[in-house]
Structures are given as C-alpha cells and as structure tokens.
Design a protein. Structure first.
Length: 400
C-alpha cells in the first residue's frame, strides 16, 4: 500500500536533522510512497534529482547554542511575518496533499520554539484526513530539558502522536540513557536502526561513482605514512576541537602529518585564522568528498561524537578519539561518546577549557591510540532506512 507522506524538519545548528530526514524521505520514496520533505532550516544542498519533492520554508537558524532566539539568513531575529509564512506553507501542504502519514523530525522532544507550526501542521493534516498517522522521528540520543518540558512532550505524544521512530539501536544506546521513558512512551517507541550513509565498502563496489569522483580513495592510498585525521561535521561548532588539535600537533612534532577537515558552514575568517596558526605538518582544509576514504586510511581519527560519527567509525575500523561537543546545555554527544567508549569503538576525551591542558591531553590520547590495535567489529543495527519503512507499514496496517 502506497500513501502520501509529509515530513517536516528544521535543523538549527548542524545539518544532522535534515540529513536524517532526507534519508527517511528517500527510503520511503524508493518504497513507492509519494513523499514531500519540508525543511525550515538553512539550505544545505540542492535537492534536485531526489526521488521525493522538496519544499524550502523561509529559513531560520541559531547563533551558537542559543536555541531560544531564532534568526533569519541575515542573522536578524525573525518576526511574526516569517513565523506566519512558515506555518501557512505547512498548513497549505497538508491541506492540498492530504497526507496519510505526517512525520515531525525531533518535535515534540525538541524544537519547542517552533511548536506552533508543527501543531498547526498536525491539525491541518487531521482536518484533511482524520485517519492520518502522526509520527515523531528522533535520533538515538536526546537532550533532556527541564521536568516540566519533558511532561509537556509526553502529553503531546499521548494526545497527538501514534508512534515515535527512534533511529538507533536499542541494544547499543537505548533512549532511556538520555530521556525519561515512561511505560506509556515505551509502548509508542519503534527502533528502526541507525540511518546510515552508503559505506566506504559500497563506494569501492561502485565503479561509476569512482569514475565520477576520481579523488575517492586515491589520495588515501598515496600516503605511506597514515595521517592523524581531525573532523567535525558540517557546522562551525568544532572550532574549539580544531584549535586544540593544532596545539596538540605542535606538541607532537612533525613526525606525522595531521589533516584537519573544516565544515563548510564555518566562517571563512575563522578558517583562515586556523590555517595561519597551523605548523607545517598540519594541513587545514575544507571538508572533502573523499572523507570516507581518508578516514579508512588514517592512523587515528579525532572527531566529535555526532550521530553519524558512530557509523563512520564502524565503517572505517580505525583507532579513534571522540571529543564530544558539550557547549551550553548540550549533553547528547557526551552520552554517545560514553557509549562508544564502552563498546571499544573510540576513546573519549572531554575538553576542560584550559587550552594548554587540553592540548597536552589530546597529544597523549593520540600517542596512546597509535599504540593500540584497530577496534573490533561492532555489531550495530544500521538498517534504519528499511527499518523505518517497515515500521510505518506496520503502523498503517494496524490502522486499517
């Protein structure tokens, strides 16, 4: 049974929410469903050629970890006109398309500041089709807010949602590690497995992609001496890690090259300052399309502990150090880093804010990682795309 599906997402700091929502939309479209993905964050890349329809709302973003104050693309506080325009577009989509399934990415567990537009979307979908299935889509780890906001989220789930798709592996990192799971909420959770990118092994088996991207693998295979590879996702949130890596590399001397890959959403001036501060054996580059190949060939990976890092490191099978992003009230990456350390997938290091101490600690962690064997293979459910399609099919069947 194929049905129209509408997914709504707004990413604010990094790009992970939109990337996951895109994976979900793609999987559902490839299963035959007509899918529309409505994004309210900053544009990430062209969506032309995707099997789903894409709608860009007037975008919003945040500065640093201040999630209370939403900004427009120019960095100015958004006004009621922008809020109203976003909400009107979502309501119009639901009214015209009459989706049988509505999926809100992260809401109501987060995006509380956008509750009005998500609730209006759900109301419009229910008005168009009273039997519409309403689902929340979340990652493996959430940031736990105050108790009253947890209660608010639970009340919204009970009143307006038919289920929650948890894009993770319950045996590796259950939701209760980061969020209070009541018995009522537990009955609505559907673990789908991690939403994985195509792996490096898939790239190697795809000669067409290799011909289109000749840099894949080649640059990694040239290097007899493996690099220390430092990465931090797509946003500028990893700048403190990059600055610490430059200082640590200076302490280790020039016997091994360090390569720092900077997310393209980073301020170019900050990139220039970082590159200017780096010693000769440290290459500071913008993020590259052959990241997976570089990762699989590195001596040690140093990264934050975002959602996709788990999957990247499993694919690469290289010694790794994760340095979780924990500015403001962020706890997500610290919880995931602890799980990765328990599983033997990576060592975990927390920055203290003391630049000299952090550089010395990172240099020591790299020296230790260089002495270690690559991690053992970790069995993790990474079938999040087909798992999500199957979960939605079961929920639809149960409603008939």
């Amino acid at each position: 049974m194929t049905v129209p599906i509408l997914i709504a997402v707004t990413h604010l700091l990094g790009s992970g929410h939109l990337v996951r929502a895109g994976h979900l939309a793609r999987a559902l479209a490839e299963a035959g469903h007509p899918v529309t993905l409505a994004s309210g964050g900053m544009p990430l890349r062209s969506m032309e050629g995707e099997p789903f329809a894409f709608v860009q709302l007037p975008p919003v973003k945040v500065e640093g970890t201040d999630f209370r104050n939403l900004l427009d693309e120019c960095g100015d506080a958004i006004d009621d006109a922008r809020r109203n325009a976003r909400q009107a577009m979502l309501v119009d989509l639901a009214t015209r398309q009459r989706p049988a399934v509505v999926i809100t990415e992260h809401f109501p567990f987060g995006r509380r500041q956008l509750a009005g537009e998500f609730l209006a979307l759900i109301a419009a979908a229910k008005a168009a089709d009273p039997k519409a299935l309403v689902l929340s889509s979340i990652r493996d780890v959430l940031v736990t807010p105050r108790a009253d906001r947890v209660a608010e989220a639970h009340a919204r789930i009970a009143a307006q949602f038919d289920g929650v798709l948890v894009h993770g592996d319950e045996t590796f990192l259950p939701l209760e590690a980061s969020w209070p799971v009541t018995s009522e909420l537990a009955g609505r959770l559907h673990y789908t497995g991690y939403m994985a990118f195509p792996s490096l092994r898939a790239q190697r088996s795809n000669p067409e992609e290799m011909r289109e991207n000749p840099g894949l693998l080649r640059s990694a295979r040239k290097d007899d001496e493996r690099d220390i590879l430092v990465s931090g996702g797509g946003s500028g949130a990893a700048l403190p890690l990059f600055e610490t890596a430059v200082a640590a590399a200076r302490l280790t001397g020039g016997s091994r090259r360090w390569r720092i890959l900077v997310g393209r959403a980073t301020d170019p001036a900050a990139f220039a300052r970082l590159a200017a501060s780096a010693p000769a054996h440290v290459a500071v580059e913008w993020a590259r399309p052959d990241f997976a190949a570089l990762l699989s060939a590195c001596a040690v990976s140093i990264s934050q502990a975002g959602y996709n890092t788990v999957l990247d490191l499993i694919d690469a099978g290289r010694p790794a150090i994760v340095v979780p992003f924990d500015a403001g009230a962020e706890t997500e990456q610290a919880i995931r880093a602890e799980a990765m350390a328990r599983a033997g997938l990576a060592g975990s290091l927390r920055l203290s804010g003391d630049a000299d101490r952090d550089a010395a600690a990172l240099a020591a962690a790299v020296a230790q990682a260089l002495r270690e064997e690559p991690p053992a293979a970790l069995l993790l459910d990474r079938d999040g795309a087909p798992g999500s399609v199957a979960a939605i099919a079961r929920l639809l069947a149960a409603r008939r």
